[in-house]
Design a binder for this molecule. Sequence first.
Ligand code: NAD
Length: 489
Amino acid sequence: MTDLSFDGRAFINGERIAARDGQTFDCLSPVDGRLLTAVARCGEADIDAAVAAARAAFEDRRWSGMAPAQRKRVMIKFAEQLIAHADELALTETLDMGKPVKYARSVDVNSAANCIRWYGEAVDKVYDEIAPTASTALALITREPVGVVGVIVPWNYPMIMAAWKIAPALAAGNSVVLKPSEKSPLTALRLAELALAAGIPPGVFNVVPGYGAEAGSPLALHMDVDCIAFTGSTRVGKQIHVMAGQSNLKRAWTELGGKSPNIVFADCPDLDKAVEAAVGSIFFNQGESCNAPSRLFVEASIKEAFLEKALKLVPQYQPGNPLEKSTVMGAIVDRTQLDTVLRYIDSGQQEGAKLIAGGAAVEPVKGGLYVQPTIFDGVTNTMTIAREEIFGPVLSVLSFTDAADVVRQANSNIYGLQAAVWTRDINKAHGVARALRAGTVHVNQYDEDDITVPFGGFKQSGVGRDKSLHAFDKYTETKTTWIRIDSPL
Ligand code: NAD
């Protein structure tokens, strides 16, 4: 395993290539601090080259001009390539960003492959429309690819976040320039090679690694990029919309942060299941999930019983070596993120919350970056750890008295990505679900999911939706063709 080697060069026009100015940055593993490889530190000149390749591919219709059924076959082969290289991709993801390899294999690779296959399979089954005009006209409403799509993704689910965007964009016939996070660039570069091997023509899918300000901004500001699809923080998401407006008014779609409320009523149908979901979902992926249920609201009358059960589960989430099969919580992506998490833990203590589990960095693997599963009780909605996204394994527990109280507290946040409600009362479940301002509301479960449903947020959790057929709307323009019919009859 340790002699796996990585190619950190960019992928432009079907070829591996160093940054134009030869610059690289070190890609370190959070598992144990080892250097994985030097990665091309792309800048404006590299973005220009990638966009030019994508534009040329789009204009000569080598991909956009293919029949949807043909693109479908290639996309399905692309998905099969991921499965054929599943072990390598999973190991790369784990070494690059620290998640347990068993989840990288069972969740990340499978979900990315499924997403690519699903959009491939869908694309020759979506029909356009004919408008209900008078008989003197035939008005066609067709969807056409927008052209060159820039994609910028974060590091927490590198393959899945990329797949959610590149799959519908490519299936619809666009060309893509993807900038992965500088914290986890390696699998994206392999995806581009696998796409080429599957038959996606050179120039159609390009990958340019680099830092946000150096490679991301030139992509978002580029005058020849038609659409920018971004997943990341709300702070940078706001800048993406500004850059779209400052340049060519490219379509801008942003999937941003979250601080999702998980609401457990005293009449919860299965308390053990609710406890498992509350604990398991916040500690999954080291808490580095946009939709992590990081604010747990438990009805006051059952809070003590709930926390007693939750604390019994905590030991099984102690971080360990992500390369070992038994590990369920791995390493934090890098030193900056580790320090951010520890700062939030400190602020929880300073502001008067009660630390009841964890709270410290640990080193189960020498040189690695790990944080204990951490729980704060006695949190109030005005504390920093209840308001801000921590993006680490830290659960804030709050309590409430009734449905109106908890809906008010849950909605009192800038984010609106996901939420959950646990109750056996169908009226309460439905009423609270409708009142919560969130893109997805789970009822009596957390985190069940599949590609058929949209994913995205209300409020400052972003603009637009990934997944489902709705995602095609982001990567297609709607065109009306009005044909005059002079009927001879
Ligand atoms: P980030 O915003 O720091 O970075 C995201 C990407 O943007 C990276 O590729 C980065 O290089 C790039 N970037 C940074 N500055 C840029 C700039 N000035 N111009 C252009 N690009 C720039 O976020 P992150 O730390 O990588 O990811 C964590 C965030 O992502 C969390 O807030 C999380 O909630 C969010 N997220 C949201 C979803 C969702 O679907 N809503 C999914 C996963 C992660």
